[in-house]
Design a protein around this ligand. Structure first.
Ligand SMILES: [Zn+2]
Length: 443
């Protein structure tokens, strides 16, 4: 199930980047990038691909081994191979250790963490003068772009590094070129390869396309098709994403006459978000009819039932989803959530086990902490309830509420214990975010 969380504890919601999380999507990213990551000489377990909710077609790196991909890029990509081309290029920046050119004022921010760095950039972009692009919000984005610009030499080095990763991984460069050309269209001017205002007004030079074409066409992988299973997974993920972020258009893009798996997927999300639970359920049933054991279809139907106030009916579906995908803590959190939502005291112990195991493997799921907090609260363990709420609010980008909860937790937990130290960390991070916000308001 797709859900949103915030990338940083930002006091200014307009500038916050929203992270979209979903088991199936993250698994797809991992599998489609793994051969490229290895070719880049990096370790797959260290590289993360993070999906941001943003309509702009873009992907970028911001230090570390994280590649950020906008939802707009996935929505506009035609196939998995195009996205692999984008990832290969971005990995070229990561492996090349390319340093972002930053204004002097931001140097100190880079010393803290990637998240703080991005916070600084976003905040700066919001206050920057319009770059005269004449497009809505383009000024803000162009300003952000100028802080995140790579040199042209780094761009072309990332191009050739990306080409070599594709080659070593046996992945065709065809998608990379197709995507490149797509971005040349005027409507895609704010595009992935145009990272600064100069590049934005001179998008995707013909020479660059020419150079890449020559390299790609000589490669033995040029005519190799994408693994059909990977391509099918991409089309599913793209469809569910469109159903989620663009539910109004999803029904036009995937009309009722389309009985394919991606179309059912897109409509299930769109109907669910549009508050048509019965229609959403019938789309989920159509998906399950094609693959009754698919953990993501089971998760979807369970989630629709849960969010329609039918947690008891969701339980068997979510239990089966967890059994079929035991390595997916986000699905386990849905089960934990449904168990708590039944309001049956007999379900609390199981919910607690499920949720604790889930946060042990993935502590960046605000829903998991929210549900755990409710369980601790019912058990009368106020300090741990407060700590769980602090975790959840921190992930949701609510520093004021996170700070209050963290302080409540610290007051009731013996000092020096791991839980106490964790509460202290959240309090510090939240206080810093609040101070930054206060300073900005004064300036
Ligand atoms: Zn680049």
């Amino acid at each position: 199930m797709l859900f949103l969380t915030l990338l940083f504890a930002v006091a200014q919601p307009a500038a916050a980047q929203q992270v979209l999380r979903d088991s199936e999507t993250e698994l797809l990213f991992r599998d489609m990038s793994a051969p490229l990551v290895k070719a880049a000489g990096l370790r797959p377990e260290n590289v993360k691909i993070v999906l941001l909710r943003d309509d702009e077609i873009n992907a970028f790196v911001a230090g570390g081994q994280i590649v950020y991909i906008h939802s707009g890029l996935l929505q506009k990509a035609d196939n998995a191979n195009q996205v692999q081309g984008v990832i290969a290029h971005e990995l070229g920046h990561v492996a090349g250790g390319h340093i972002l050119r930053l204004n002097d004022g931001f140097k100190q921010a880079t010393a803290i963490t990637v998240l703080s760095l991005l916070l600084g950039l976003a905040a700066a972009a919001a206050g920057a003068p319009d770059a005269g692009m004449g497009l809505m919000m383009a000024g803000q984005r162009a300003a952000m772009g100028s802080f995140m610009a790579f040199t042209r030499a780094q761009e072309s080095s990332a191009d050739s590094a990306g080409a070599s990763y594709l080659s070593q991984a046996g992945v065709s460069g065809r998608g990379s070129l197709d995507f490149f050309k797509k971005l040349q269209n005027q409507e895609y001017r704010l595009a992935i390869y145009s990272k600064d205002s100069y590049d934005r007004t001179h998008p995707l030079s013909q020479e660059r396309i020419q150079a890449l074409t020559e390299v790609y066409q000589k490669d033995p992988a040029w005519n190799r098709p994408t693994d059909p299973a990977l391509e099918a997974r991409f089309q599913r993920v793209k469809a569910k994403l469109i159903g989620y972020v663009d539910s109004k258009n999803a029904i036009t893009l995937y009309p009722e006459s389309d009985q394919s798996v991606p179309a059912h997927y897109a409509r299930a999300y769109a109907y669910h978000l549009g508050a048509y639970p019965e229609k959403a359920l019938s789309e989920a049933d159509a998906l399950l009819a094609t693959a009754p054991d698919d953990p993501f279809f089971l998760e979807l139907k369970g989630q629709i039932l849960l969010e329609s106030g039918r947690p008891r009916e969701a339980l068997p579906l979510l239990r089966q989803a967890v059994a079929n995908a035991p390595d997916q803590p986000m699905i386990a959190v849905s089960l934990g959530h449904a168990l708590v939502a039944t309001e049956d005291p007999k379900n609390l112990a199981e919910a607690k086990n499920v949720l604790r195991a889930a946060v042990g493997r993935d502590n960046e799921n605000p829903m998991a902490w929210l549900q755990l907090g409710m369980i601790y609260d019912r058990e009368g363990d106020r300090p741990r309830a407060a700590l769980a709420m602090a975790e959840s609010r921190n992930l949701e980008g609510e520093p004021k509420l996170a700070l209050a909860s963290a302080r409540t937790a610290m007051a009731g937990i013996p000092s020096g214990t791991p839980d106490y130290l964790r509460a202290q960390d959240i309090a510090m991070v939240s206080q810093a975010a609040l101070d930054k916000d206060k300073k900005k308001k004064k300036d």
